[in-house]
Design a protein around this ligand. Structure first.
Ligand SMILES: CC(C)(COP(=O)(O)OP(=O)(O)OC[C@H]1O[C@@H](n2cnc3c(N)ncnc32)[C@H](O)[C@@H]1OP(=O)(O)O)[C@@H](O)C(=O)NCCC(=O)NCCS
Length: 157
């Protein structure tokens, strides 16, 4: 993609009629969304939950009419979190992921959020390299999690 093409990229809030494009993008970018043994990975439920909680922190990157990237943020009054960062496979390494991260960082900073956390699956060393290029560093913590509700018996990740 040329610089001229990236110049037309815009980032805006997710809208309900982006749903099909976002689900298709996530199924391409996150293999776990195609894994039938992981019912907890349900993109429609993820979208519905986000629309019910801080929908103003769910963003899409759009090139012309086409949704080419996503990112979700959250702020709980103490820490900010970043989720669901994805860029269309055919458009990677052109700065779109960096722009999405900067966008959510700015939105969280505007809310007074002092620190942004995120988790990367340990197997994804390329994604870790991406975040390190943007100034993120591993914290000396172990990430623990526990599922709640109907899917409490699903695998942890
Ligand atoms: C991670 C992801 C969002 C990056 O998006 P992107 O638009 O390609 O990223 P950028 O072009 O802004 O990359 C910025 C810099 O990060 C680093 N980087 C990006 N992808 C990298 C990779 N695969 N390997 C090593 N470094 C990488 C480079 O330093 C890059 O700068 P450069 O291209 O000038 O060398 C994209 O690869 C993706 O959608 N991956 C699949 C979904 C996923 O795993 N998301 C993360 C969930 S935590």
């Amino acid at each position: 993609m040329t610089t001229t093409a990236t110049a037309t990229l815009s980032i805006r809030r997710f809208e309900a009629n982006d749903t099909d494009a976002v689900v298709a993008l996530w199924q391409q970018a996150f293999p776990e969304y195609r894994d039938v043994t992981k019912p907890q990975r349900n993109p429609h439920l993820s979208i519905a939950n986000k629309l019910a909680t801080q929908p103003e922190l769910f963003f899409v990157a759009v090139l012309g009419e086409r949704v080419v990237g996503t990112v979700m943020g959250g702020y709980d009054g103490h820490r900010g979190w970043l989720y669901s960062l994805a860029v269309d496979e055919s458009l990677r390494r052109h700065g779109i992921g960096s722009r999405l991260v900067a966008h959510v960082e700015n939105a969280l900073a505007a809310l007074g959020c002092p620190k942004l956390n995120l988790q990367v699956l340990s197997a994804k060393s390329d994604v870790r390299a991406f975040y390190e290029a943007l100034g993120y560093r591993a914290d000396a913590v172990v990430s623990l999690g526990k599922r709640l509700g109907e899917l409490a018996d699903s695998p942890p990740v």
